[in-house]
Design a protein around this ligand. Structure first.
Ligand SMILES: Cc1cc2nc3c(=O)[nH]c(=O)nc-3n(C[C@H](O)[C@H](O)[C@H](O)COP(=O)(O)OP(=O)(O)OC[C@H]3O[C@@H](n4cnc5c(N)ncnc54)[C@H](O)[C@@H]3O)c2cc1C
Length: 374
């Protein structure tokens, strides 16, 4: 029997909470460290996920669904001020919008009910290996010992860098706001692609509830607020609407390829190891797949009784489960090389492509047949 029993989890974001819940259900004893006074902050995410991810996250996610969509409208906008060129992406299965804060609160309640011990307002700055066990320290105060430490610190990736899981850290910035419009629009997310907004990324407007919408941009540099202002002025022109901003929020989005999963028994999950889809910036799918890979690796070790190879087995399962990310990165590299997403609009306009069927939201590269203009 493999003697892993005590687990320390750093970070109570989605990855840390989902990992804690999974491990507690499998009989481990779990301590969770979160630097904020509560879970759900800082708020940063839009919350769009596939039905597959929704199903794996289970009840807390299902109870947090606020909207669902069967298509996206891509609007390619050129600098000449022509009518935007529209391309529709139709999804085989619906894409769900979840309230991320609510989801984390529900997971927190489940983790606490399962016996997880939370240490809030506790920023972990070191993971210390000593006599085959690990301790974590927060400003001189030491916790542990643990058999495994799970790093779920999100995109800022300080501890994973210290442990050489992600030697190079490159992030984009996602900047968004909850806005209220004067009138309701069609219940469909709009993606705005224009080199005027962002050269290599895009902006979005996602119907939340009633006349409330999430409006945001992603950009590879710290100019995101400026890029966001450009998106707002474009929206004002397109919609001739009064846009009332309710709240700003946002955060980092990892752009690196998948990092090494772990080193010995220090294991990274979620944004900490960059399992993010480069086309959409979506990381929740990667959160779920990384945590489930860890669970599978622990089950294998329990079965076979090997005592040292957790990181290796985890890494193998993780790269297998997230194989499709490598092809995403390759194609995104080509898109960037030809001049970014806006060039795709020029191609779509030239070939008269009006839309695409998307077989799996988590794998937008596996497109179905294009819909051409008659
Ligand atoms: C603007 C924006 C929009 C997005 N939209 C989507 C979307 O629509 N769909 C999608 O799938 N993904 C989306 N993402 C990505 C998604 O939000 C992330 O993939 C997901 O939040 C990663 O979860 P995580 O738990 O790994 O990290 P986080 O949610 O960042 O959680 C990390 C937690 O660790 C804590 N922490 C960090 N360091 C320490 C420390 N040293 N000690 C103690 N605590 C620590 C932090 O306080 C935080 O609570 C979006 C991201 C952004 C920025």
């Amino acid at each position: 029997m493999y003697e892993i029993r005590d687990v320390g989890v750093v970070g109570a974001g989605l990855a840390g909470l989902y990992a804690s819940k999974t491990l507690l259900r499998e009989g481990y004893s779990v301590d969770i460290f979160e630097e904020h006074r509560t879970v759900g902050i800082p708020k940063h995410c839009t919350g769009l996920i596939s039905s597959y991810t929704l199903y794996l996250l289970g009840k807390p996610a299902i109870k947090s669904v606020v909207n669902a969509f069967d298509r996206y409208e891509l609007l390619f906008i050129n600098h000449k001020g022509d009518e935007p060129y529209r391309v529709t992406l139709r999804f085989r299965e619906r894409v769900y919008l979840v309230d991320r804060v609510n989801l984390e609160k529900k997971l927190y309640e489940e983790v606490a009910a399962l016996g997880g011990r939370f240490f809030l307002k506790t920023h972990i700055n070191r993971v210390i290996a000593l006599h085959g066990k690990y301790r974590v320290s927060s400003n001189g105060r030491v916790y542990g010992p643990y058999d495994v430490v799970v790093i779920a610190e999100g995109a800022k990736r300080v501890l994973v860098k210290k442990h050489s899981l992600c030697p190079k850290v490159t992030n984009a910035i996602g900047f968004q706001a909850m806005v209220k419009l004067r009138e309701e629009l069609a219940d469909v997310p709009y993606i705005f692609i224009s080199s005027n907004i962002s050269r290599y990324f895009f902006g979005w407007l996602v119907p939340y509830a009633g006349r409330e919408y999430l409006v945001g941009v992603m950009d590879s540099n710290s100019r995101a607020p400026e890029v966001f202002t450009r998106l707002l002025s474009l929206l004002r022109k397109l919609l001739s609407h009064n846009i009332r901003i309710r709240e700003f929020f946002g955060g980092y989005i990892p752009l690196n390829k998948l990092c090494i999963g772990g080193s010995n028994r220090v294991i990274g999950v979620g944004d900490a190891i960059s399992p993010v889809k480069p086309f959409t910036g979506g990381g929740i799918y990667g959160v779920v797949e990384s945590v489930n890979s860890l669970s599978d690796a622990l089950k294998l070790l329990r079965e076979y009784g090997e005592s040292t190879e957790l990181a290796y087995i985890y890494g193998r399962i993780l790269s297998q489960r997230l194989k499709r990310l490598a092809s995403h990165h390759a194609v995104k590299g080509i898109v960037d090389l030809v001049g970014g997403f806006s060039t795709l609009g020029v191609i779509a306009r030239f070939l008269k492509i009006k839309g695409y069927y998307v077989k799996y939201y988590d794998d937008v590269l596996r497109l179905g047949r294009p819909l051409l203009t008659p």
